[in-house]
Design a protein around this ligand. Structure first.
Ligand SMILES: [Zn+2]
Length: 230
């Protein structure tokens, strides 16, 4: 019989990035729109603000993700280089190190030594990378891919509140954008929970709560400045 237990932790990497990007896109664009709308900006300047926010946010996400993932990749590469030199220089010591790791995880000393020997024969650097340094192939950092994915998911999220600006008349914009954005965020939380196989209500509540807070705060700031300058 086939083993059909659907674990989804292998999905958490890209899922986390996609949810983060889309969430950022919706929240920051909707907040920007509400901020300028609360200060009585014209429909055209609201639209320009939202479009500029989309581009700025997507680029900032791409740059941030590229820098962060590249530096992680550099660190991993340097760690593996050092490990590879150590393996060549002190194979006995490295074998003892690996054995100690497996003993700590619950194997008895004899079995641990055997496992260490077998894994060393098979792929020494792979075993040390994985079990000593915590670097696995699936986590291997891909900066450009990460940057494009972040920018793309941010832009995708940002498009929704932007479309609402085109859809609603200025008089109904504040309510239209805030309510629809909360609906989009709820939907995002729902999709994230479905894809990750995690609890639905918790995910939806989490996403909408922070979105509502961000929109309320920026609308408040916009209103304050609108009164002060208008
Ligand atoms: Zn080692």
């Amino acid at each position: 019989m086939r083993h059909r237990e659907n674990h989804r932790t292998h999905r958490t990497g890209w899922l986390r990035a996609a949810v983060l990007g889309a969430n950022d896109g919706i929240v920051s664009t909707a907040s920007l729109i509400l901020g300028v709308a609360a200060a009585d900006a014209s429909a055209q300047s609201i639209l320009v603000t939202a479009a500029a926010g989309l581009v700025a946010g997507a680029m900032s996400m791409a740059a941030g993700e590229y820098v962060s993932v590249s530096s992680q990749a550099d660190t991993e590469r340097a760690d593996l280089d050092r490990e590879s030199k150590e393996l060549a220089a002190n194979p006995v010591q490295e074998h003892a190190e690996l054995t100690a790791i497996y003993v700590k995880r619950g194997l008895d000393a004899k079995l641990a030594a055997k496992v260490a020997s077998r894994l060393t024969e098979h792929d020494a650097l792979g075993a040390h990378g994985r079990d000593e340094l915590g670097i696995s192939d699936t986590l291997a950092a891909r900066p450009v891919q990460a940057a494009l994915a972040s920018a793309g998911t941010f832009a995708l999220g940002a498009v929704f509140p932007l479309l609402m600006v085109l859809l609603f008349p200025v008089s109904a914009l504040m309510w239209g954008v805030s309510v629809s954005s909360l609906v989009f965020l709820g939907l995002l939380g729902f999709l994230a929970a479905r894809a990750g196989g995690s609890p639905m209500i918790a995910s939806v509540t989490r996403v909408t709560f922070w979105g509502a807070l961000a929109m309320a705060l920026t609308a408040g700031v916009g209103a304050l400045f609108g009164v002060a300058t208008g």
